[in-house]
Design a protein around this ligand. Sequence first.
Ligand code: NAD
Ligand code: UD1
Length: 358
Amino acid sequence: MGVQFTKRAISTYSILNTKKKIIVTGGLGYIGSHTVVELIESGYEIVIADNLSNSDLDVLDKINEVSTGDKPKFEALDLTDAEKTFSFFQQHKNAKGVINFAALKAVGESVQKPILYYKNNLSILLNIIENMERFEMNNLIFSSSATVYGLPEHLPVNESSSSKRPTSPYGNTKKIGEEIIEDFAFNNSAFKSISLRYFNPIGAHPSGKLGERPNGIPNNLMPFITQTVSGKRKELKVFGNDYNTPDGTAIRDYLHVVDLAKAHVLALERLLANKNDTNYEVFNLGTGIGYSVLDVIKSFEKTTKKKVNYSFVDRRVGDVPILYTDPSKARDVLNWKPKYTIDDMTRSSWNFQKSEEI
Ligand code: NAD
Ligand code: UD1
């Protein structure tokens, strides 16, 4: 009887324990934390590695509060440290894949400190790929950026549009990162990877518990708006109102971070099911709709009933006038259909900002 019970217990354990383990590097950051929630809800076992250089440990609690599945494991780890990264991968060598969000991402800082950016972002990637090869972990999703298109020749931008030298060292780490992965995949037929080129992720989790927490003065539009309205910043400076656009302000393809997170689950499933057409694939992630800076401000004012204090200043160096994607490849191949509107994005961003101040 005792033996029977033990056998049953073992088989029940193995049935219950069939979750696929996925390593999420940079998983306590803005996009990583939302993706971890979606992965947990989709039944994955998650291990997060993050050095907390641009995130806080309390994000782990928030992930646990908003998700219903198993709690993710967490390791505080600097992924540029080759030895520690090796030990981490060895410990989790049964993982089926890696989603790499870990990177420094402040464009202006990367111009001031290019070596820091190349060292951090590229060492992380090289350490990850080296260990994936070592432990025969064959599925990698990489956070890339629309910045790889530089100043586009044609709009909308699609995956075949020529990828230029980006206007910042940060952007260049994404372009070089993609090339490293492509070169590695070319020589390793078992290895599969997808680079996701994000356009402009904004918005926050519907719970208001997860969102973007920039360090210091925000560089990006949405956190600058929310911090201006909350009184943390005096005024939003709108960079340029003399662009050749309907209202003179620059146009971008904003997408909700939860839609973006769901795209990672779809990309991962594509790789795990061996549905990829080639062992290195690229997808643009945006809604395909361009909104100007003034459109975003108007949406924010409408959804929150708050006034945004702003003035026009000169264009920001390195900004492109208009950038939006043709979203058809992600829609047709990944079956990714972003559902959130610009109003959902501005409303949820404000909800998160408010909850941060309680
Ligand atoms: P984020 O800064 O919120 O998250 C990145 C995480 O990586 C942080 O938690 C940080 O602590 C961690 N990290 C950085 N260096 C590390 C290291 N050496 N070791 C371990 N962890 C480290 O950024 P995000 O907005 O969530 O962006 C995620 C990814 O998407 C980044 O690779 C970024 O470049 C890319 N991306 C972001 C945007 C955007 O608008 N947010 C657009 C395009 C691409
Ligand atoms: C920027 C980066 C890009 C990076 C992306 C995500 C530059 C040149 N590009 O994209 O490499 O991948 O963030 O991190 O920095 N704006 C204002 N006032 C502000 C802030 C922004 O008017 O205070 C305007 C910008 O001019 C732009 C739009 O808002 O037209 C969006 O800006 P931002 O959120 O910084 O994103 P991008 O410039 O598209």
